[in-house]
Each structure stands twice: as C-alpha cells, then as structure tokens.
Design a protein around this ligand. Structure first.
Ligand SMILES: [Zn+2]
Length: 379
C-alpha cells in the first residue's frame, strides 16, 4: 500500500483483515458502516494507526461537520465517571494534576480543545489564581468559557495561530485525532514557558478496544506509543498513569530529553483486541435473538453502545445511569432508561470493556434484569 507510519515514518504497516468487516463509530457516537477505514500496525515501532488518505480525511470532515459535543445530551453534559459515585472526570483529572505537580499559586493554562470548558471550570475552582485560556475550532462555547475565565478567554482556530507562552498546556482527547501528532506536540512545546508542562489524556485501546473502531481517531495509543511521540516532539514524560480515568492514559511531560522508567506495556495484541470486538458483536446478536427484541436493551449511550447497535438489526431500548442521558436518545430515537426503570425480565447487554461491564453487573445485580457482560480480554 506504500503507506508509512505516522510516528516513525517507516513504510512497514501491517493491516489486520478483520477490521474491514467491523462496523465503526464516529467520536460523536454516530454509528458508521464497516469498510470505510483502514487500520494498520507499524511493524517497526508497533504503533496502531489509521491510514490517512483522502477517504479518511473526507470521513473526518463529515463527522466534524455534524459534531455536537457528546452527541446525545441536550445539555452537552460532560460524561460522568462512575466509580461508585458520580464524579466529573475533569474534577478527577484536576485532583490528579494537583497531586502530581507542585503548582504555584498563579500561572497560565491553555486548554486545547476546551469544548464547553469543563476542565477550565474544574481547574479554576482548585487554582483560582491562574489565568485560563481555552482553544477551540469555533466560538460556539464562547459564553460558557467566558463565564468561567472572564472576557476574551476563548481563542478560536488552530494551535499554530496561538501566540504567547503558558505554564501548562492541556489536551484532553485531542492527540488521538491528530494525523501528525509529533508536529502537534511540537506546537505545544513551543508555547510552553521553560518550566512549563503539557498534560495529555487519551483512550488506551488495550484496555478499551472500542477505541479501535472510532473512525476519526488517527492513532491508537498505548504507553509505548504515547511516550514515543512525546520523545520525538522533544518532551520528557514525567508522570504516566492509566488509573486516573480508568482505561485512559494520562501523561504529564516537560520539554527535554529522557524517558520515563515504565514497565513495558502489557496488554492484548491488536489481533486479540479485534477478535474481542468480533466476539462482542456476535454475543450481542445472540443475546438479542434469545431475548426477543421487545425485551432487549444495550447498556450505555456512548461509542461502545452505538457501535454495538450498528451490528444489530434493532435494539429496543438503552440503559444509562447518567440522568442527563436518560429520555429519548437523539441518535436512535429510542428510550434510555435509568437502570431502575428497565422493564422487569428484560435482557440488557453491557457492551463495555470487560472490567467495567462486570462491575456494572455486580452493582446492579439486585434488579430483576438479565444482565449480560462482555467476555474477558485475553492477551
Ligand atoms: Zn512506526
């Protein structure tokens, strides 16, 4: 195919054939048909990535043109992280940043891809002395961001156009969309003060294989791949965790050379992760046929749930613990129930990464529902 690796530039990508048969999903959770993207793995550096061609660019353009943040919530509510009790993910992240770094009382922060300002809001309440700036492609959240940070705090356009230097630059769920992540990270580094730091967060496909079927994610990271692009961009990772937000990687990096002394990433191979996705799809179909459509639902309303839906002839309802997602789902027109409101005797397939799927089943086992989980993910 003559395609070279996004990260190391070697023209040695391998293409697992099964990917072409899997449905996909946009990062806005919109289900997409199989066959529209090519997934490859670099045989030299191991990075899992999409082939960036005209078809890839056209599909991303179409996804972003109709992009509504978090797709399906009337209030653009931030997805909550459920670990027993609801907790906004940005609050968890700011807590982790505050624990991991000695932040001064005053400083400047730029949040690249700030959306409606969730991270800025959480950061402001923990560090009120800081001057905050958000960057977005357009100005649709200008008022929301200004309400957090004060006037002229939202910049619109590309990072390349941002002038000035910042003590912290954050990019949450941005890097995986970049077709040239090294260049993007260089742009971040050039905008940091000498003692500044970058904080990047993104999905970890080895813990969440559903990331692989997100059509507009150009690179699928694990710790190795993330450290590799950071090093190439002149960054030294100083903190890396896959536990702050489960199944996601959070890294703090400072300008400079050097690597983090981390254990080699342990996790499933790409073939194993893709095989798991095929199995999940087959199990969902089997569960639906067994239950009868009327009494069959899918747990969740995010990417994983909508991806699972695409492979099924029809899903009767969805289940979500997040109250802002309950009601009629905008993408499917179907009802989203709170777990307690699911019709008795229904079968609900918890189509999520295995550890999360199991923990939800355990938490909700007192309800008169046949909860089905996804299979274990083997290496
Ligand atoms: Zn490579």
């Amino acid at each position: 195919m003559g395609t070279s690796c996004i990260v190391c530039q070697k023209a040695e990508l391998e293409f697992p054939g099964v990917y072409g048969s899997l449905p996909r999903v946009g990062s806005d959770s919109r289900p997409l048909p199989p066959g529209g993207g090519i997934l490859g793995q670099c045989m030299t550096c191991g990075t899992v990535q999409k082939v960036i061609n005209d078809a890839y660019r056209a599909e991303c353009k179409a996804i972003y043109a109709s992009y509504v943040m978090y797709g399906q919530s009337a209030e653009s509510a931030e997805p909550k992280v459920f670990d027993g009790r609801p907790n906004l993910r940005s609050v968890k992240l700011v807590c982790a940043i505050t624990r991991s770094m000695a932040l001064p009382v005053a400083g400047s922060l730029l949040d690249v891809g700030c959306g409606n300002g969730n991270l800025l809001r959480s950061f402001k309440s923990a560090h009120p002395g800081w001057k905050l700036t958000g960057l977005e492609l357009d100005g649709r959240h200008r008022e929301a961001v200004a309400a957090i940070c004060g006037g002229s705090s939202l910049r619109t356009g590309q990072l390349a156009d941002v002038t000035g230097r910042f003590d912290l630059i954050t990019a949450m769920h941005v890097l995986e969309h970049m077709v040239d992540p090294v260049e993007f990270l260089c742009q971040i580094r050039e905008r940091l003060t000498p003692d500044g730091a970058a904080i990047v967060q993104l999905p970890l496909w080895q813990k969440n294989p559903f990331d692989l079927v997100v059509a507009d994610h150009a690179v699928h990271y694990n710790a190795d791949a993330l450290c590799r692009v950071l090093n190439r961009a002149g960054f030294r990772p100083v903190f890396l965790s896959d536990g702050i937000i489960p199944r996601e990687l959070t890294v703090i990096a400072r300008p400079g050379k050097g690597s983090l002394d981390t254990k080699k990433t342990d996790g499933p191979s790409l073939d194993a992760a893709l095989g798991w996705l095929s199995r999940v799809s087959a199990l969902a179909a089997q569960a639906m046929n067994g239950a009868g459509k009327k009494y069959f639902g899918i747990f969740g309303t995010g990417n994983a749930a909508m991806w699972t839906t695409k492979a099924l002839a029809g899903v009767n309802f969805y289940v979500d613990e997040d109250p802002t997602r309950q009601g009629i789902n905008l993408l499917t027109g179907k009802q989203v129930y709170a777990p307690e409101k699911v019709p008795e005797g229904s079968t609900v397939f918890i189509s999520l990464p295995p550890d999360l799927s199991e923990s939800i089943k355990t938490r909700l086992r007192h309800l008169p529902i046949n909860w089905l989980t996804t299979p274990p993910l083997e290496n």
